[in-house]
Design a protein around this ligand. Structure first.
Ligand code: C5P
Length: 403
C-alpha cells in the first residue's frame, strides 16, 4: 500500500553531511507514491549532485532564483503553490536560523517565506551546534511559527562525536511524513495496546505460545500515533520494531508471559482507549522447572496448567464513566475457528466491553493482510480485506467517533 499517493513534496536540501541520505529519502517518498521536486542550496551541492537528484526524481532540480533559462523564474512562488508540503532534509543550523528570522537570500529560503503549505524540517548538525542557545532559539521560533520539526535523533555523528543532532533515517522521515498527512482524530488521547503473543515457560528452554506475529497490534499502534495519540504499546515476544518511535509519542514495554502482560497493562490502564490485540495464552504452567527437564526415555512429562488472568476482563472492571462515556473505551479482538460473529459477540458481552473485532480468518496469522468484523452494541460491520495498517486506520477512525 502506498500512503503518499497524489502528494506533491518539495524536498529542500541544505548543506550538511547528512545530505548523503537525501537521495534515499527521495526514493522512499516516491515509493510511497509521492512526486518529489528537489530544491538545493549552494552548499548542498558540495555533498550531493543535482544530477543524482534529477535522475532519481525524474524532475528538474531547482538551484537558484536567478536562472534565466527557466521560462517562468518565479519558482519561489510556483513550487510551493502546487506542493502539499515542503520538507527540508537535512536542515542545517544555518538554514534554521535564517528561516526563523524570515530571511530569504536564496531560492530555498525564499520558497519557504513565500509558501502557503506546511513546512517540515529534519535538523542535522553537530551536537554542539544543536545545543547552542542560538539554535535552540531558532527551534522555538520555528515551532511558534507552526513549522514541524522531525527529530533530530541522538547517536553517532559524522564528526566522530555522539549526541543529539543526528538526522533521522530516511525510513523514519518517510514514516513521519506519512503520519503528518493522516487525520488527527485522537489528538493527545492516551491509547493502550497489547500486541503479539505471550510465552509461558515450561522450563528455561521450552514453553508454549500462541500464533501471533504482533502485526495487527503494531499497525493499530502506528495508526493511533498517526492520529495524534500518545500510545503505550505492551508487546509480547515478537520481532517487530516500534512504529514511529522517533515521534516520542509511543512508549513500548516488552513482556514475556501473560502474568507479566497483565501486570504491565493494569498498571497503565488509566487511558482513553484500550485495544486488547494480544493473543494471550489462556493457561500457563503452574510451576515451570528451574532447570531444563531431561528426556525420560519415551515418557512424556506431566505438566500442570493453571488459568492465566484475563487482562481485558480486568481492565474492563476498572472502567468509569467520564463525560457520559466509558473510560477507557475497551476494544477486544477475537480469532475463532467457527461462527465468528456469534462467538465474538458472546465474548464481548462476557467481558463487558462495548466493541470487539473479529479476525475473519483463516489466513491472518503473520500476514500483512486481514479482514475484520467490528461488533458493537449497534450491530456488526465488515471492514474489507486490506493491509493491516489500512484496517488499523479505519478502526481508529471508527473508535475515535465513540469517545
Ligand atoms: O483469548 P480470547 O479469544 O478470549 O481473546 C479475546 C480478547 O481478550 C482479546 O482481545 C485478547 O487480547 C483478550 N485477552 C486478554 N487476556 C487473556 C485472554 C484474552 O486480554 N487472558
Amino acid at each position: 500500500m502506498q500512503s503518499l499517493i497524489n502528494k506533491k513534496i518539495v524536498l529542500g536540501i541544505s548543506g550538511g553531511i547528512a545530505a548523503y541520505k537525501a537521495p534515499e529519502l527521495a526514493r522512499q517518498l516516491m515509493q510511497e507514491g509521492a512526486s518529489v521536486q528537489v530544491v538545493m542550496t549552494e552548499a548542498a551541492q558540495q555533498f550531493v549532485t543535482p544530477v543524482t537528484m534529477q535522475a532519481l526524481t525524474g524532475n528538474p532540480v531547482y538551484l537558484s532564483q536567478w536562472d534565466s533559462t527557466i521560462p517562468n523564474n518565479m519558482a519561489h512562488i510556483e513550487l510551493s503553490r502546487s506542493a502539499d508540503a515542503i520538507l527540508i532534509a537535512p536542515a542545517s543550523a544555518d538554514l534554521m536560523a535564517k528561516l526563523s528570522l524570515g530571511l530569504a537570500d536564496d531560492l530555498l529560503t525564499t520558497l519557504c517565506l513565500a509558501r502557503d503549505c506546511p513546512l517540515l524540517l529534519t535538523p542535522a548538525m553537530n551536537k554542539q551546534m544543536w545545543e547552542h542557545a542560538a539554535t535552540q532559539r531558532s527551534v522555538k521560533r520555528l515551532a511558534d511559527d507552526g513549522v514541524t520539526l522531525l527529530g533530530p535523533a541522538s547517536g553517532f555523528q559524522a564528526c566522530g562525536e555522539v549526541g543529539m543532532g543526528r538526522m533521522l533515517e530516511p525510513a523514519e522521515i518517510t514514516e513521519q511524513v506519512i503520519a503528518f498527512f493522516q487525520k488527527k482524530s485522537l489528538p493527545s488521547k492516551k491509547v493502550l495496546i497489547t500486541a503479539g503473543p505471550t510465552f509461558e515457560a515450561i522450563d528455561p528452554v521450552r514453553g508454549i505460545t500462541n500464533h501471533s506475529s504482533g502485526k495487527m497490534g503494531f499497525a493499530i499502534a502506528r495508526a493511533a500515533v498517526e492520529a495524534g495519540a500518545q500510545v503505550h504499546l505492551i508487546a509480547g515476544p515478537c520481532d517487530l520494531s516500534t512504529p514511529l518511535e522517533a515521534t516520542g509519542q509511543i512508549t513500548r514495554t516488552n513482556v514475556v508471559s501473560a502474568k507479566e502482560m497483565h501486570a504491565a497493562t493494569l498498571n497503565a490502564a488509566d487511558c482513553d482507549i484500550f485495544f486488547a490485540v494480544a493473543a494471550v495464552a489462556d493457561w500457563g504452567i503452574t510451576k515451570p522447572a528451574k532447570e531444563k527437564m531431561k528426556r525420560q526415555g519415551n515418557q512424556a512429562p506431566h505438566l500442570e496448567f493453571s488459568a492465566n488472568p484475563d487482562i481485558l476482563l480486568d481492565v474492563a472492571k476498572t472502567v468509569k464513566i467520564k463525560g457520559g462515556k466509558p473510560y477507557p473505551y475497551c476494544v477486544g479482538f477475537a480469532a475463532e475457528s467457527t461462527d465468528l460473529e456469534k462467538h465474538a459477540d458472546e465474548k464481548r458481552q462476557r467481558k463487558g466491553i462495548p466493541m470487539i473485532v473479529g479476525n475473519i480468518g483463516p489466513d491472518t496469522f503473520g500476514s500483512d493482510l486481514n479482514q475484520l468484523l467490528v461488533i458493537d452494541t449497534s450491530g456488526s460491520k465488515k471492514i474489507a480485506k486490506a493491509e493491516k495498517l489500512q484496517l488499523a486506520r479505519q478502526l481508529i477512525a471508527l473508535v475515535a467517533k465513540k469517545i
